[in-house]
Design a protein around this ligand. Structure first.
Ligand code: UGA
Length: 441
């Protein structure tokens, strides 16, 4: 089938390449000529395991190409995926400017039936707005053409996006038109194996499903983070509590890991946007507000612990940071806890020596060259001569470090583990102090 994807960002690229992988003819359109040039010369603008090889393979096979030409994109595909960004407005609601611009452009260039597929995370009611925009633009050019707008949210996790797309646990399709539903079912058939994972529903329920999923996951994390602070106060160990509650299948072990807060481009943005949607409709959401507030406070927990440890004086001290990305297997630093901590340390007059397996370039892009930030090419160099080591991202390679080497490298032998990933007993055995989340030091 012929498929066009508007937006060659994270979601658009993964969707495009995976649809090409199963034999579709995919044309990706983006307004950024630099990005398209890079993709056409074999480069990839984002880091995602497996993506580069897959793009290469499908370009070679002639099933995947990239262009800035919107008209060619509209002419190409029966399916017109909208996967452009929806940056948050000042009040936290999603800005639909780019989504509606794509809708307008599709309406301007289409000459026969098209299916517009909302893939970006968009507020409930967006499909209606997209449909109104297309209707309006079609009538401006005096065209009377049929189209449908479908909500088909994505549930990809950064770092595991290809796997999530190729083997989805659900494919949510929101449409009121049974014929369109069948076309989407056919497009997704290669990904819909072993049992039916395609969930057909009305458009608004599909749109809300996406927010509900992310808000629920964020709620689990904030709940555990709140509990971790209570555990510390009462002298309990949150890791024991985690195992204790996770064994109940109604609760489950997933997404109940306490830490220094969730980040990324999705949870913070989506929780705020859902809160804003509810508020704009006259409903004051209390739980969603608390989920975000707990996370905001949790991102400062490590700084508080560090400050207490050093009796409130961090000026002139150097801190080794392991992990800059908001989670492992990505170089994405959007809303990362590392950024909050670095900025707090700088404000307190301290400097940072940071290592991340893939995000150092991104850190350089965000913060530029500055005397109080040193980015190292390996973990132990970051620790060298630092006053303390702070672990911020749960990268596998940080889980089992050489504690002897860390003790020799640090000026004061203490590890602050913001993700509870290293074995505190082993650290203590070599004379290191170990401070973690939700447990007595
Ligand atoms: C999230 C969802 O997991 C995806 O299903 C969804 O499709 C995606 O948002 C999206 O809306 O596009 P992602 O942002 O890639 O995916 O990241 P997650 O793996 O969910 O991690 C989010 C944050 O929560 C990370 O900072 C992680 O360190 C933190 N986390 C996760 C915890 O603190 N504790 C946990 O138990 C799990």
């Amino acid at each position: 089938m012929d498929v066009t994807i508007f937006g060659s960002g994270y979601v658009g690229l993964v969707t495009g390449v995976c649809l090409a992988e199963v034999g579709n003819n995919v044309l990706c359109v983006d307004v950024d000529p630099g990005k398209i040039e890079l993709l056409n010369s074999g480069g990839v603008p984002i880091y995602e395991p497996g993506l580069e090889e897959m793009i290469h393979r499908n370009r070679e096979a002639g099933r995947l190409s990239f262009t800035t030409d919107a008209e060619a994109g509209v002419k190409h595909g029966l399916f017109q995926f909208i996967a452009v960004g929806t940056p948050p407005d000042e009040d936290g609601s999603a800005d639909l400017r780019y989504v509606l611009a794509v809708a307008r452009s599709i309406a301007e260039h289409m000459d026969s039936y098209r299916i517009l597929v909302d893939k970006s995370t968009v507020p409930v009611g967006t499909a209606d707005k997209v449909a109104n925009q297309v209707r309006e633009s079609l009538s401006e050019r005096g065209a009377d053409l049929e189209f449908d707008v479908v909500s088909n949210p994505e549930f990809l996790k950064e770092g595991a996006a290809i796997e999530d797309f190729m083997r989805p646990d659900r494919i949510v399709v929101g449409t009121d038109n049974p014929r369109t539903a069948e076309l989407l079912r056919a497009l997704y058939a290669p990904f819909n194996r072993s049992h039916d994972r395609l969930m057909l529903m009305d458009v608004r329920s599909a749109e809300l499903t996406k927010y509900a999923a992310n808000a629920m996951l964020a709620t689990k994390i904030s709940f555990m983070n709140e509990l971790s602070n209570i555990a510390e106060a009462v002298g309990a160990d949150i890791e024991k509590v985690r195992v204790g509650i996770g064994s109940d299948p109604r609760i489950g072990y997933q997404f109940i890991y306490p830490g220094c807060g969730y980040g990324g481009s999705c949870f913070p943005k989506d929780v705020r946007a859902l809160e804003q949607t509810a508020r704009s409709l006259g409903y004051e959401p209390q739980l969603l507000h608390a989920v975000e507030a707990v996370n905001f406070r949790q991102k400062a927990v490590l700084f508080d612990k560090i400050q207490t440890w050093f009796d409130g004086d961090l000026s002139g001290r150097a801190f080794a940071l392991w992990g800059l990305s908001f989670k492992p297997n990505t170089d994405d630093m959007r809303e990362a806890s590392s950024r909050v901590l670095m900025e707090q340390l700088w404000d307190a007059g301290a400097s940072v020596q940071a290592f991340d397996p893939v995000a150092t370039e991104e850190a350089r892009r965000i913060y530029g060259e500055r005397p109080d930030l040193t980015l190292t090419t390996d973990a132990m160099s970051a620790a060298e001569g630092a006053d303390a080591l702070v672990i911020l991202t749960e990268w596998s390679e940080f889980r089992s470090p050489n504690f002897d080497a860390i003790r020799s490298a640090l000026k004061s032998p203490v590890i602050f583990d913001g993700r509870n990933i290293v074995d505190g007993e082993l650290a203590r055995a070599v004379g290191l102090s170990y401070v973690s989340i939700g447990r007595a030091p």
